[in-house]
Design a protein around this ligand. Sequence first.
Ligand SMILES: [Zn+2]
Length: 80
Amino acid sequence: MTCQELVELVTDYFDGALDEARRDQFEDHLNFCPGCKQYVEQLRVTLRLAQDLAAVERTPEVAALLDAFRDWHPAGGQAS
Ligand SMILES: [Zn+2]
């Protein structure tokens, strides 16, 4: 699985919509790709936070964070 494929599957992964083979590929990728691992962990935290906040109010800060994640591509992995 490439980094791009992982990014495209990440919402299905969080939804539990991946079949077992695909999920294994996804998690295997995380084991050897620190950039994607960091991406998924941060997205997991952000989604949980966003779900909590969405029950109350969708703030501009949350919208900006979600936009930033949507535009972020882990391929290359040079960023921090
Ligand atoms: Zn990757």
